[in-house]
Design a protein. Sequence first.
Lengths: 178, 741
Amino acid sequence: MAALLVFSSFALEATAATPLFTVHDAKTELVGNIYRLNANLELKLTPQALTALDNGVTLTIILDIEVYTPSRYLWDSVLASLEQRYEIQYHTLADQYLLRNINSGSQFVYSTLDAALDALGKIEQLPILDAHLLQPKEHYKVRARSRLDLGSLPVPMQLRAYISSEWWLNSGWYSWDL
Amino acid sequence: MGKLLVWLRRMSTSVVPVIIMAIFMLGSLWLLSAATENSGQFGRMHVTLVIVNVLGLIVLVGLIGIDAVRLVRQYRRAATGSRLTVRLVVIFVVMALVPVSIVFYFSLGFLQKGIDSWFDVRVERAMEDSLELSRSSLDMRMRDRLKQTRAIAADLRETPNAIVMFRLNELRNESGASELTLLFQSGRVIASSSADTMTIIPQKPGGSILSQVRDKHDYVGLAPIDNRGLHIRTAVQIDASAVAVDPRVLFMLYPIDARVSVLADGVQSAITQYKELVYLRDPLKQSFSFTLALVLLVTLLSAVWAAFFFAQRLVAPIRILAIGTRAVASGNYQKKLPVTRTDELGALVQSFMDMTNKVSEAQRDAQKSQHRAEREQNYLRAVLGRLSSGVITLDKNQRMRAVNAAANHILEQDMDAAMGKSLAQIEHDAPELKTFITAIAKHIDDDADDWREEITLTGFGRHKTLMCQGARLPGIKGMTSGFVVVFDDVTAMIQAQRDAAWGEVARRLAHEIKNPLTPIQLSAERLRHKYLGKMAPEDAEVLDRSTHTIVQQVQSMKNMVEAFSEYARAPKLQPSPLVLEVLIGEILDLYAGENQKIKLFVHGKESTPMVEADDGRIRQLLHNLIRNAIESLSDTPQGRVDIHLQEVKHASEHVVEIKIEDNGPGIPPDMLENLFEPYVTNKPKGSGLGLAVVKRIVEEHNGILYAENRTKGGARIVIRLPALKSDITPAAETRQTQNSG
């Protein structure tokens, strides 16, 4: 376990120079009583991930969103968390890339991977929180990150993916005031 | 805390944690293998399971390490049972290692070959061919659909946007399309018609399709649409016309025949899976190999740990037995051993304990008997020690086994030093006991059951008469176990009997002879007085001579009888502390001028202790002895008498020794034995009572005396008188004595 953590942090540092997954911009706006997220993500895949995708492996990209109150101590108290899962798959026969939103069940077809990733990177009006759940005087923050879900990879690849920097695709948290 | 420790200790020796651990590891391994096979929910747990198993592995290695270190320490200390444990562990480990290694080796080979066998160039070719076939089959349909779309686009060119919705529905129904959408080039939907009434949001072409269409390139392509299967998508630009100022885009979705769609899906999924499999070929091999290695490693390490565990359990009773045996060897029969098992080894420990209990009881009995024997021996020793008779026991090999204090005293030897020695050795060490030992040996050799003999010992410078009685000691089954000799010093008793006899004779003689002597003398004197003057001179001379002889002889007889009665009568002693040097000096002064021929010398220490003695009797004694010596020197040219006075420590006695030596002819050997008895003399004159009186005086003073001939010639009389206790000085005690002439 410890070895794995060491590997992970190492991988994080290796990719820190040219981050492949980045949250460029994210905002929340109150529409009605619902907070909605608009975000702009930049998602690029490593050669290994591209090869796997072209060979029929489905990649799962997760967008984590958390509303929290910052704490001076170790852990922030998280009020709400939302996990958006997207699957990207290459359709050999049609020579198309399929982007599937697991949460909504909707599926989109793109001729190129870049088109699919661009579409995935544009988050618009994603409802995340009912304003009633918030305490009026509390200071809330939101944070978001996108990452490649290694646990969804085929089992034989998992162990290798966990200990390889080539598979460590994680934007890190991007936070802002609610 | 204490309870926890006890519980931990019990658990560490119990089989329960082993079973729990084994079940846990097995379960975890099963899950891991299930996850490796990619079965559903376990797939997501794969990494966790790997970590759990690796942790289990580390725990196992740790446990084995602890056990191994402990065992190595025990082995170095040469602790009981450690060697056997090591051997068992090695056997168990080898037994586990060999089959596991073989299984691992072959499984790995099968695994690699098995996975490789999934892939085949022909299969790959067939896959590509089917893909090509599917594509070409669909290509025709796609071209048709594109033509159709272009026709519809031409139709729609003159249709204004306001009424286009109705036309779309018609065209959709005519063309058999599932969805038909009209958009601006920017992507904004103008109108849409869908066969599926549930569809609210129409399918839109992506940005790349729109830009392609803008460049006057019509688009046709395949796309799987949500749950509705594979569709043909077409996009065509509708140029600006009189009814529509802006160019528009027609986007259509055609379903594919259900049969073709199913086939195409089949081809697609097969190809995807096959491609994925080819891509995963190496990771799959590695993953399976890793899982296999993990499983076997866990199995092997479990086996090794189990080997330690069971070896120690197996050896435990043997170790207990060894501890017990060592305790017994060191004489501890009370050691309690724990019986922890019910199998044969447990029974062995139980039997061992029963045995040691029996041995312990037997030993207790033996100790009791030994104590009894010791008590009896002490009792016997005490009795023997108090006996005035000397007692010696010999074993059947005639070796000295026991001797009492009286024997030491009588034989004047430290017989304790002779303990364990044979008779021959004792005789060699103490030649003066020759007669005694010869007599005993003779009786033993004669195999006499019981014997009695009076033995006279001569080696002490005087005669010593022992009354010996011997007996054979009976042993087991009539065998001889040894011999016992009991003896008393009867010298004094015999002497006393003799003295008493002589005293009686003397008293009677004196009485019987003395009475008629006076009448005889008186008669002779009357005869002489009456007839001497009346007789003729010749007769008168005869009478005178005869009566004179009678009177003289009677007087002589009277003197003799007087001496006898003197001997018989024991006058009462008047003892007082006496300095012998002074006494001897006074006596020698009397002899100073008497005989010029014979010289007298006194040698002696000035500080010899005093003796408790009767002054008159000692004077008589010394007179008798000196006179005897002088008389014996009558024919010796250069006669001399030496008187030695010295202090002697002999055994526990402390005595003053007076030695009177002459250089005369010595004592005839035949007289030596009875020298001190009355009428034993070689002198022509004398009563024959001088030495007898000397002896009596010595004995009256509790002393001893003996006579011997000097090696250089001449006689020596030795007298020993007890020293006055109060006059023994420490300095005197340390003086060495010179005893020989």
